[in-house]
Design a protein around this ligand. Structure first.
Ligand code: FNR
Length: 210
């Protein structure tokens, strides 16, 4: 049996505290195979019925990467137009993707039609397919931080457009576009908190007892 001691538990807690959504990347490349290793770790995640619905696309092609960046720019301009006044001014100052600098681009999809897992657990809650993929991304986020690699989730994108840019099967649902690389710096507080957009609240604000 594998046992974890107090030192490990303390370090694991520190890993959770120091994992960040990274938007500011150094331009130096990741070591060969780093993204493949992170994908392998993500594939150890739980999934409904062991369906393993995650599908990964490593985006190296410069034309496709540029098209994703252009889509982000358009979507972010639309998002800005939904705010007004002081909130709009603050939104405009936020850096909400590291797409330009990050050496690694990784798109993640959920395959809604795969037979793997024989449908177990999905009949009543088909959305558990997507939940499983998000669980895998969270594992990857933590595994990356443990290797001092930063990961940033970009959702300010048009899913249909990303689908077309990456030319993936119809049945795949777009879940996340991830920027991966070495972070410029580190912090134990979310960047959106540092920018005074929102703050992390205490767990008891979100917890009921019945
Ligand atoms: C589903 C989803 C989607 C997004 C995000 C996260 C998740 C879970 N986050 C990152 C988010 O802003 C960040 O996690 C919180 O601000 C908390 O910061 P830390 O992750 O603790 O650093 C994020 N950040 C960003 O700059 N642009 C984005 O488009 C998104 N989209």
């Amino acid at each position: 049996m594998v046992e974890f001691d107090d030192t490990f538990r303390r370090q694991l807690h520190e890993l959770f505290v120091w994992r960040r959504d990274v938007r500011r990347f150094r331009s130096d490349p990741l070591p060969e195979g780093a993204i493949d290793r992170l994908i392998e770790t993500a594939c150890l995640s739980p999934s409904v019925g062991l369906s393993q619905p995650w599908r990964f696309v490593i985006v190296d092609d410069a034309v496709r990467r540029r098209a994703v960046i252009d889509d982000f720019r358009a979507c972010n301009a639309d998002a800005l137009s939904c705010y007004s006044g002081e909130r709009a001014a603050r939104y405009a100052t936020l850096k909400l993707s590291g797409l330009e600098q990050a050496p690694g681009h990784l798109a993640v999809f959920a395959d809604k039609t795969s037979d793997i897992g024989h449908g177990l657990g999905r009949a009543t809650m088909p959305e558990t397919t997507e939940y499983s993929v998000v669980a895998a991304i969270t594992a990857m986020w933590l595994a990356a931080r443990a290797e001092d690699i930063g990961l940033g989730w970009v959702s300010i994108l048009n899913p249909d457009r990303v689908h077309a840019i990456l030319d993936v099967p119809e049945t795949w649902k777009f879940i996340a576009y991830l920027c991966i690389g070495y972070p410029e710096g580190e912090c134990d507080r979310p960047e959106l908190e540092q920018a005074k957009w929102e703050h992390r609240r205490r767990a008891d604000e979100f917890t009921l007892r019945r």
